[in-house]
Design a protein around this ligand. Structure first.
Ligand SMILES: [Mg+2]
Length: 386
């Protein structure tokens, strides 16, 4: 009987939380227009001019005027130039975007400490309990928007609801410079009318598949069987089944920006042979690189920690001119540090850390494969298969 209950009970909806999603409008481009009023009302493309780079380079952001020409993030700068040759190409100034983002976070912190940044210009805020004892999340969202407008001279869009999924969809609903509130009693109607491509987490390939299955909007999705959805879309099918019912229990996670990412291993038997050391360093390099990619971070400084059998512990660092790109490179650097030590003692512990981390941005990688949204991972794995 218990099994039957598990299968047929409708999942429960928690509407007790108050979540805001804030998303700056064309962030990098808007910052540049603010700094240089001559750019106002012109198509602005944040990328180095393809003539300077020999056609390489990727668009980080384009403002709304440039988007009218079909230009979007992650498009090659060359393509953007073909679409809009008179557009203003502006070399990105990430230092400025970072400091602007920091100011934005200072504004958020006036209201709550429960903040989850998704990128420099986007964050979830849980304001269920907030610092100004304001019951209305809508009022808080409006105050944040006006603080940002006044202090940063930038616009943003806000979504307000009782979970992250709905808040994110809401912020996109009336962009730019808009606010959309989805209260619990309006969520169902909102979701039923929502086109399937607007469901956050459904990538382009999945949208095609949905269309083939006759799913064009929330209502179509709502009437699909959960097991069918899981069969067709795996884990995403399960989460969509819940989301279309207005359910998303994921928390606003306050992940502190990591300054370094590392991994160490203590060995039960001291490592003696060069081969064992190499093997251990390879494993560590793999794990560290995996975590770096997951957190969308990269760095130029590698720290190797070694503890010898006599418990003497040392750390050696190496700074590189460029970001470490892959696990083999990381391994080679760690190995070169190791080789400089060159002692004959057994090794109890090894650790590799990459430090001085920065967020991976479009400028440094040609494709958005490291972005953390589920949709893009789906797109990538779909493409891998074809
Ligand atoms: Mg944005």
């Amino acid at each position: 009987m218990k099994y039957g209950l598990l299968l047929f009970d409708e999942p429960k909806r928690d509407t007790s939380r108050k979540i805001i999603h804030i998303d700056m409008d064309a962030f990098y481009a808007s910052v540049e227009v603010r700094e240089n009023p001559q750019l106002k009302n012109k198509p602005v493309i944040i990328a180095r001019h393809p003539k300077e780079t020999g056609g390489r380079g990727v668009v980080a952001t384009a403002n709304y005027e440039a988007r009218k020409f079909g230009i979007h993030s992650a498009m090659s700068a060359q393509k953007a130039f073909e679409l809009c040759p008179h557009g203003a190409f502006v070399k990105p100034n990430f230092e400025l975007y970072r400091s602007t983002s920091q100011h934005m976070h200072e504004i958020f912190q006036r209201y709550t400490d429960t903040i989850q940044p998704l990128s420099l210009d986007e964050a979830y805020l849980d304001v269920t309990n907030n610092k100004i004892n304001q019951k209305s999340a809508t009022i808080i969202a409006e105050r944040i928007r006006s603080d940002i407008k006044e202090e940063l001279r930038l616009t943003c869009s806000a979504g307000v609801s009782y979970n992250k999924f709905l808040a994110k969809i809401a912020s996109d609903f009336d962009k730019p410079d808009g606010i959309t509130v989805i209260p619990p009693d309006k969520a169902h109607a909102f979701l039923m009318a929502l086109p399937i491509e607007k469901f956050h987490g459904v990538g382009i390939k999945s949208v095609e598949k949905m269309h083939k299955l006759g799913i064009y909007n929330g209502q179509d999705l709502y009437h699909k069987d959960e097991l069918d959805l899981v069969k067709q879309f795996g884990k995403m099918g399960h989460s969509l089944y819940r989301r279309v019912r207005g359910i998303d229990d994921s928390e606003v996670r306050m992940d502190r920006e990591p300054k370094s990412i590392g991994k160490e291993s203590t060995f039960t038997d001291n490592l003696i042979s060069e081969n064992d050391i190499i093997k251990a360093l390879r494993v560590l390099a793999h794990k560290v690189m995996f975590n770096l990619k997951r957190k969308q971070k990269h760095g130029k400084i590698v720290v190797l920690k070694i503890r010898y059998e006599n418990f003497e512990t040392l750390t050696r660092r190496k700074s590189l001119p460029d970001y470490i790109k892959n696990e083999d490179e990381l391994f080679q650097i760690a190995l070169s540090i190791w080789e400089e030590e060159n002692t004959q003692m057994g090794v109890r512990l090894l650790g590799i850390t990459v430090t001085g981390l920065e967020s991976v941005v479009y400028e440094t990688i040609p494709l958005p494969l490291w972005r953390n949204s589920y949709s893009e991972r789906i797109i990538k794995s779909d493409e891998d298969k074809t």
